[in-house]
Design a protein around this ligand. Structure first.
Ligand code: PPS
Length: 570
């Protein structure tokens, strides 16, 4: 483990052991416990090991965590705005003790690092949400993650790196801080301005970055996040192909593209500060902060979590001690009369500003409608059209939910037949009973088992839909949170329609085609949904059908019409 003084960006931590230290670390693996890292934790480990998170040497201990949450500083006063923590389950936490080694493994079981546990603590997640993300509101993706995905206990301690995570994609663009600093030196780049992005780049981004580089008299590093971004974002494969096209448009030898394996938190101002420190570690001296930097969208009251320029304000506040200079930018707007992009604060009342919103852009892409050249580059549009074929060629999932006997399977089967009649896409039925026979035969009806069952169905359905097929699921799926997670796994990847078969329990019970209600009432069958087990009705289903009011033919027809109106069938 060494601390390098690099020509750019100050001291860089390098936690990957080599030589005798690596051999010694590998011996420790024999007796170490094992933790399977989540996708987000793999990203964090990569940046801890490669120095992207310098000066951190591991996951935060409680004193540093408390200090970061409250003051944006480590306990020694160093500026560090984001809690980098290793969350684990209570069960796992109970099985390890302070001083113990834990092998941190990727999804294939490869040990990336050894954590020497220095502290074990239970965070106040509500406080973390309010202080770090601005509100304890699960409309914020990181707050949602904190409450529903992150484990209850945090482990703190230093890391000994064994190897960096393996990436098979875009290897030529995956440059670590040390490599990037060396590349800058080789090219004679002493002034570098970094541009952070999680979206495809269009002309507004191109113009903004070109202006920023000119104003800072610097070379440009296009540094997109390819670790984890906001659910629903364009996948990084498509984005990187787009960036490669855009890069060719900059003046010769002025710009470079490198990929950042960061897991974003969408924490707006705090995130901007964190991004700036990371870019300093990657050897840059300037960092662009634009409008609504790392914004998470709207809160549960429909308002923005952060002000459009809050991020710039916060970075400005810490500018003197950051070691990297912010290049603040206003939103770039296209003035048709001038045939050019201008920053929002330079627009005059005489200017005719044109705009295409994100929603409108996606609508045009999906419906093969022209997007003007002032908005984007033809090569970028071609790439995105490949990723987002018209809806009539996209895969989707029809997710039925409702009580036993509500009519889910009957309607699902009728819709399946209609879709097969229309043709053009493979249709797969994942019916509740069928799944329990073939996929989940070992599961019962406890909350835990029902969740597992639904997650399996959701996983298979999303794989089918992402590959362009139609998945029809018809489980009871009684829990709202699980259904929401399933929906989320489709966002930006394939269509998803939640269909609530809302037939009242009295009707279901009167039908009792399988005799299960009678058994449940007699107490022979325990934990039966609607009798002595909960059913959380969807609040905003895409379609709601009550088979005590509509016939199964009409119900199926309503779904087909909905699919037509959404463009999923021609
Ligand atoms: S869940 O909750 O979504 O996992 O349930 P699912 O996989 O759809 O399975 C529901 C079918 O199993 C039968 N069955 C029960 N349902 C609810 N509660 C209990 N305790 C239970 N035990 C057995 C029942 O026939 C369900 O089929 P459908 O088609 O819904 O009537």
């Amino acid at each position: 483990m060494t601390a390098l003084i690099a020509p750019h960006g100050g001291t860089l931590i390098d936690l990957v052991a080599s030589g005798a230290a690596l051999d010694a670390a590998k011996k420790r693996l024999l007796t170490a416990a094992s933790w399977d890292l989540t996708a987000r934790q793999v990203c964090d480990v990569e940046l801890l090991l490669n120095g992207g998170f310098s000066p951190l040497r591991g996951f935060l201990n409680q004193a540093d965590y408390d200090s970061v949450v409250e003051t944006l500083r480590l306990k020694d006063g160093t500026l560090w705005p984001m809690p980098i923590t290793l969350d684990v389950s209570e069960t796992f936490a109970a099985s390890v003790s302070v001083g113990q080694d834990i092998a941190l493994r990727d999804s294939e079981g490869v040990a990336l690092a050894i954590l020497t546990v220095e502290s074990k603590y239970t965070p106040d997640k509500k406080k973390e949400a309010v202080q770090v993300f601005g509100a304890d509101d699960t409309a914020h993706p990181a707050v949602q993650y904190l409450h529903t995905k992150a484990g209850a206990v945090y482990l703190g301690g230093t890391l000994t790196g064994l190897e960096l995570p393996t990436h098979y994609d875009f290897k030529h663009l995956r440059t670590h801080p040390k490599q990037l600093r060396e590349l800058f030196t080789q090219r004679g780049w002493g002034r570098i301005v970094a541009f952070q992005t999680r979206n495809p780049m269009h002309r507004a981004h191109y113009e903004l970055t070109k202006r920023a580089a000119i104003s800072a008299e610097a070379n440009l590093l296009v540094h997109p996040v390819v670790g984890m971004t906001k659910p629903g974002d364009v996948d990084h494969y498509s984005r990187v192909r787009c960036y490669e096209h855009v890069l060719a448009s900059y003046p010769e030898s002025t710009a470079m593209l490198s990929l950042l394996p960061l897991a974003m938190r969408m924490a707006g101002p705090r995130e901007a500060l964190w991004h700036a420190i990371i870019r300093k570690n990657y050897g840059c001296n300037f960092f662009i902060v634009g409008r609504d930097h790392a914004g998470p969208g709207k809160n549960s009251q429909g308002k923005d979590f952060y002000g459009a320029y809050d991020a710039q304000e916060l970075v400005k506040k810490y500018q003197d001690e950051l070691g990297i200079t912010m290049v603040p930018f206003q939103e770039m707007l296209y003035a048709e009369n001038r045939c050019e992009y201008v920053p929002a604060d330079e627009v005059t009342p005489d200017d005719k500003v044109l705009n295409i919103s994100g929603t409108e852009f996606r609508r045009r892409l999906q419906n093969d409608i022209d997007v003007p050249e002032w908005f984007s580059f033809p090569a970028v549009l071609t790439e995105l059209k490949r990723t987002y074929p018209p809806k009539a060629r996209q895969g989707f999932c029809l997710f039925f939910t409702g009580l036993s006997g509500s009519g889910k399977s009957t309607i699902a089967n009728a819709v399946m037949v209609k879709l097969l009649e229309i043709g053009g896409r493979a249709v797969t039925m994942l019916d509740g009973d069928q799944v329990r026979k073939h996929l989940s035969s070992e599961l019962g009806f406890s909350k835990e088992h029902r969740d597992l069952n639904i997650r399996r169905i959701g996983y298979v359905a999303s794989e089918i839909a992402k590959s362009g097929g139609i998945a029809i699921c018809a489980p009871i799926a009684p829990y709202a949170a699980t259904r929401r997670d399933i929906r989320e796994s489709f966002e930006g990847q394939a269509g998803f329609l939640e269909i609530h078969v809302s037939t009242p329990i009295e009707t279901c019970e009167a039908r009792d085609r399988k005799g299960l209600y009678a058994k449940a009432r007699a107490g022979i069958l325990k934990g039966f949904t609607g009798i002595d087990d909960p059913y959380e009705a969807p609040e905003n289903p895409d379609i709601c059908l009550d088979t005590s009011q509509v016939s199964k033919e009409e119900a199926a027809q309503r779904i087909v019409l909905k699919l037509q109106s959404l463009g999923y069938i021609g």
